[in-house]
Design a protein. Sequence first.
Length: 251
Amino acid sequence: MTLTVAVAGKSGSGKTTITKNMLTVFRKVFPEKSILLFDNDLTCELGHTFGKDIRKTIYGIRSGKHEYKTGIPKNMSKQEYIEWAIEDILEPIDSNTDLIVSWLTASKDCRCPITKQINDALVKLINRYDIVIFDCEFDLKYLYQLVDVPIDITLIVTKPTNESAKLAQRIEEYSAKYAANGQMGVVLNCVKNDNTQLAYQITEKYGLSILGIIPYDKQLDEDNDKKISLIVENAIEHFYYRLNIPRGDLA
């Protein structure tokens, strides 16, 4: 069974940093499990943190602009072709981890056959991995426009300010219907030592459930293109056991 984790929030909140460091934590806990990183953020930043300039996207397949590594096999059905194309754009990160980038998506109201074909191909792909981490664009709606899969855990990343907390409340409202019965809560990011109590007060004001707190890391602000932070990693390890993640081996 695939464990799905969505990292949502406004641009600049730290979603990609948390996604990258969550990968490190999962590698420690489940070293033998297969992991798919799914970049659903319009900035397409996740690949750059691994030193990769990824131009092959799901949108490229949809728009017909994708250039394939090999010739297109003959006698394929359209669904087989889409599935084959999805495989072609997977970017290996290591022996157990792959990355796929979506970029632009179509509305679920679009009745083009390719919308359903891409959805079905992505569901099939996702179910092949043990763990999938989605780096989302704002809320879950944008992800749902691309692929309809159950989300086990949704982390809404927000900074400890009134404006960010109010926006996180909206993201939670917008995402609730797409999260089904999954766990959903806020991760407070970039919290300075003297602001911890204030951060709790702000989130309580907007009725937000805090799943974790990540301290401020000056190094990330100064220069860290790889988005690697021992401070962030340690914080994720600290709140990891509050998440609805199977203990021990994934079934």
